[in-house]
Design a protein around this ligand. Structure first.
Ligand code: 13P
Length: 686
């Protein structure tokens, strides 16, 4: 039974979850790029010359990328649903405000939501966030009702793996270069050709926007080259084309010490050129100095070109030379294109015949012993460095496997494939670990005359005699039956329950039956808190608490019912409802008193309607109830408490329901009215 509202929440969950995962991952592929983008947003408050500004932006980048990915992953797996849903609403609300700011104040040309992989304008970003914000609210509204792949007890494992996985992934992309390069300077690009192509595109666009101004009779008009006017017009001048929307991808213009741009010379050289890039030498790592110097020395001896490329001042360059013994020539270039070309400082970019054939972070440079072999490979015709592989990320692999297992188990549960295993595994486990009893209890409600009631008990007694029972059997009957059926049931495994008792001990309460009277009639149990009594006789928490106390005081075992109505289930509030019902009644009992109570979860929408909670739904909420008991009374009492399921339970669904580890039996209405229907339910516990 799934309501349209919940279907909507599920769709919204998938959409927001997928967007969060994709945007988190695409940014996590390039943590340095994300930090640079954050720096652009924070430019009005952070000065990029401060050494710690890059530390701030990098930390924010890690937190943002990992946070986004984790929110998405948790939403899709259905773990920590309410917390993730709340945080995603807060996240999209924050992002909506930022995109509004970026639309109005224009601090960035591209929002950076999807790293360098997908570019959105500030307006597109605002629209995206305005769509996702209400979707995330739909998820939050019904967060508790969302499906989940892992139970409360298991969820820490995928959560830990997801956190470790994304942090390791980001750290890998930070230390080495981004796993996937979405920027224009990726390995394999023929930079010479790409720049030439970009130039000609720009020329064509400029030409297309060039206008010729002509004048006639005091009126001046602009004409396109294809549409020039006749000779009655006089030419005035050419209005040069411009294209404000066009943003050049390539800005490769290194200059030598004399200020000459030498990109042409570098890109047309058929040989190998190594460029060691760092926007500022003062902030470059000194981690691989020996390797760099060895690369330079051997490059020279093999006839390769080798340059340092930087935006550093002369003083910074001198300091770097002094510190590292660097003697390679330096070219000057703006810091921004250097950062676009490489994300590690220093990083190596290798050109051969204008094509980029390798790119490496300083941590991945060949060792001093490997340098010769490496340089020889660069010369091999057609050699291009292979792309990095994901296979080494064992953690990601483990996480992927866990996710797949979670899905498989989820579907297996849906298809009831696990029923067989559950019977074999959970059932003995449950009995071994706790004292709790399996119980099948009938609730006749206002049915049967006294004669019909006694006849039923006689028949059931006969049917059960000599049978090995795996559960306790209880019959809940109207007051008028109690004394007769209790004496009939004596010596049999059948226990007798009243369906109610008064909330007063004794006195002038015409028509009421006290707990003491119930006990004196031979009944040992009393059904309290049934939804029908709550709904039709106005029994509230205060009355029910009093009834429970009186029942216990008179040696009766309360079978206490809780459960939500249809609207509450549809709104995903069922967990909250049962929690409130328990808090308002039984949770005022001492642990010793509570230890004597039997609980029955009866979803009101399933009572007498033919609609049963699925075994997964029943298990989910029974586990939740037990979790509440653990929190209130500790593990032992929670484990020993029998929690029955009630609501259209019958011979055909009992076995599956009772096979759930936290379902300890049933409270049966309609199907307890004939022995023929009731007996197979008792036998479901075989
Ligand atoms: P049904 O089994 O008829 O749905 O009734 C359940 C119930 O209310 C038991 O107390």
């Amino acid at each position: 039974m799934i309501s349209p509202r919940l279907i909507l929440a599920e769709i919204a969950r998938v959409l927001t979850g997928v967007v969060l995962i994709v945007s988190g991952l695409l940014k996590a592929i390039d943590p340095v790029g994300s930090a640079l983008k954050i720096g652009e947003y924070l430019a009005p408050v952070l000065d990029e010359r401060w050494a710690w500004s890059s530390l701030i932006t990098l930390t924010l980048s890690f937190v943002l990328c990992a946070g986004e990915f984790l929110l998405g992953a948790f939403l899709l797996m259905g773990i920590y649903r309410r917390l993730s849903a709340r945080l995603s609403v807060a996240f999209f609300a924050g992002m909506t405000l930022i995109s509004l700011y970026s639309l109005l104040a224009d601090p960035v040309s591209d929002c950076g939501c999807f790293g360098d992989a997908i570019h959105l304008t500030p307006l597109e970003t605002l629209l995206k966030n305005l769509l996702l914000l209400p979707l995330s609210y739909l998820v939050l509204r019904d967060a508790r009702g969302l499906r989940h792949l892992y139970s409360r007890r298991e969820r820490w494992l995928p959560a830990v793996l997801a956190v470790v996985g994304i942090v390791v992934f980001m750290e890998r992309n930070y230390r080495h270069l981004p796993l996937v390069d979405f920027r224009p300077y990726r390995v394999g690009t023929n930079l010479g050709e790409a720049i030439a192509e970009e130039d000609s595109t720009l020329q064509a666009r400029l030409l297309a926007s060039t206008r010729y101004l002509y004048e006639r009779g005091g009126v001046t008009k602009a004409f396109t080259p294809e549409n020039l006017p006749d000779s009655s017009w006089h030419f005035v001048r050419v209005q040069d084309g411009e294209d404000a929307t066009y943003r050049a991808k390539y800005d490769f213009a290194p200059m030598d010490s004399l200020g000459n741009v030498c990109s042409e010379a570098l890109l047309t050289d058929p040989g190998v050129t190594l460029l060691l890039l760092a926007p500022h030498w003062s902030r470059a790592s000194e981690g691989s100095i020996d390797e760099i110097n060895e690369l330079y020395t051997q490059s020279l001896s093999m006839g390769y070109r080798f340059y340092g490329v930087t935006a550093s001042s002369a003083e910074e360059i001198a300091a770097w030379r002094y510190l590292t013994g660097a003697s390679y020539p330096m070219l000057h270039m703006d810091a921004t294109p250097i950062r676009t070309m490489i994300r590690a400082y220093p990083g190596l970019l290798v050109l051969r015949g204008g094509q980029i054939i390798d790119k490496r972070s300083y941590v991945d440079l060949p060792t001093v012993e490997e340098v010769t072999h490496y340089l020889h490979r660069l010369r091999e015709p057609g050699y291009i460095a292979p792309a990095p592989s994901l296979a080494r990320s064992y953690l990601l692999l483990a996480w992927g496997i866990l996710l797949i297992l979670g899905f498989l188990r989820f579907w297996a549960r849906k298809l009831h494939l696990t029923l067989y295993l559950k019977k074999r595994i959970h059932y003995p486990y449950k009995r071994k670990r706790s004292m709790r009893k399996n119980i099948v209890a009938g609730n006749w409600k206002m049915n049967k005359t006294l004669q019909e009631g006694t006849a039923f008990i006689s028949e059931l007694k006969t049917a059960l005699s000599g049978k090995a029972l795996h559960c306790e059997v209880i019959i809940g009957a109207p007051f008028i039956h109690l004394a007769s059926i209790a004496s009939l049931a004596e010596g049999s495994p059948i226990g007798i329950a009243a369906e109610n008792c008064a909330d007063k001990a004794e006195g002038a309460y015409t028509g009421e039956v006290s707990a003491a009277m119930v006990a004196s009639a031979g009944a040992r149990y009393v059904i309290l808190g049934h939804s029908e009594r709550r709904a039709y006789y106005g029994e509230d928490n205060a009355i029910l608490t009093e009834k429970v106390r009186l029942a216990l005081a008179n040696g009766l075992t309360p079978i206490f019912c809780i459960g939500e109505v249809k609207e509450e289930r549809e709104a995903g509030k069922h967990f909250q409802v049962v929690e409130e019902q328990l808090a308002g009644t039984l949770f005022s009992l001492s642990p010793e008193e509570f230890g004597k109570v039997i609980l029955a979860y009866e979803p009101v929408w399933a009572i007498g309607t033919g609609l049963t909670a699925t075994s997964a739904q029943a298990q989910e909420i029974h586990a939740h109830i037990r979790h509440l008991l653990v929190k209130k009374y500790g593990e032992q009492i929670a484990n020993d408490c029998s929690i029955l399921y009630g609501g259209s339970c019958n011979a055909s669904n009992a076995a599956e329901l009772f096979a759930q580890p936290d379902v300890d039996g049933g409270l049966i209405g309609g199907a307890s009215l004939s022995v023929e229907k009731f007996l197979p339910i008792i036998e479901a516990f075989h």
